[in-house]
Write a protein that binds this ligand. Structure first.
Ligand code: DGI
Ligand code: FE
Ligand code: FE
Length: 202
């Protein structure tokens, strides 16, 4: 399927208003793919995950639950205390349903973990997670900080993977700090992701 056909479908699902963020995430993923030396196939996988990552972002509580019911997945997979994390779970399931011949497991796990992260993230999962955070249309203070930290550190260090680890730890620090400040529950996968990266640092 061509990019244009995917975009046409997306406008009706994520909505026109979120398209700049989706396109910004795609652009950032392509930039990161080049910096991390991804193959053409890996780059296409990451690009597709970027386009589809927020496909259920505008869904209501009932629409999220309807996706789970349709595909026969137990709502217990959701982290109930935080509805904002649901779209990553239902997004992967919806993408598989809507684009069965297009998506593979790498696309689906990148979408599935783009909000919370998880322990032992693949490179593609990390790159989508980071791109979603620092893509050019993000103007929130933490996003600007993280973008600057990542590109400054990439310029001064020779180990992209190590820079990625440090950047992701910083992103989880900022997200967790923010959630604590707002007295929001923290998804266990977010804690697991940070613990895992800390254990691999240095
Ligand atoms: O969908 P986007 O807005 O592009 O970005 P996203 O998928 O990273 O979602 C960000 C939102 O999700 C943000 O409002 C904070 C929330 N969030 C992220 N991680 C957690 C979380 N909320 C809770 N409660 N726990 C988390 O671990
Ligand atoms: Fe999202
Ligand atoms: Fe997003």
């Amino acid at each position: 399927m061509k990019r244009d056909s995917i975009l046409a479908i997306l406008k009706n699902t994520v909505g026109e208003r979120r398209m700049p963020h989706v396109l910004g995430t795609e652009e950032e993923c392509l930039r990161l793919a080049a910096r991390f030396g991804l193959s053409e196939t890996e780059t296409e996988t990451l690009q597709l995950a970027a386009l589809l990552h927020d496909i259920t972002k505008s869904f209501s509580r009932d629409e999220h639950l309807a996706v789970l019911r349709r595909v026969g997945v137990d709502p217990a997979v959701l982290f109930l205390p935080s509805e904002k994390t649901w779209h990553a779970v239902t997004g992967a399931l919806y993408a598989k349903e809507a684009f069965p011949t297009l998506v593979n497991d790498a696309v689906l796990t990148a979408i599935r973990y783009h909000t919370t992260g998880r322990a032992s993230m693949s490179l593609l999962e990390k790159l989508l997670y980071l791109a979603d955070y620092i893509e050019p249309t993000r103007t929130f203070h933490d996003c600007v900080q993280l973008r600057q930290f990542f590109y400054d550190t990439m310029a001064s260090e020779n180990h992209p993977e190590a820079v990625l680890t440090k950047t992701l730890i910083l992103s989880f620090d900022m997200t967790i700090r923010d959630l604590v400040r707002l007295r929001c529950p923290i998804h266990p996968d977010t804690v697991a992701a940070r613990n895992d990266l800390l254990s691999k640092e240095g």
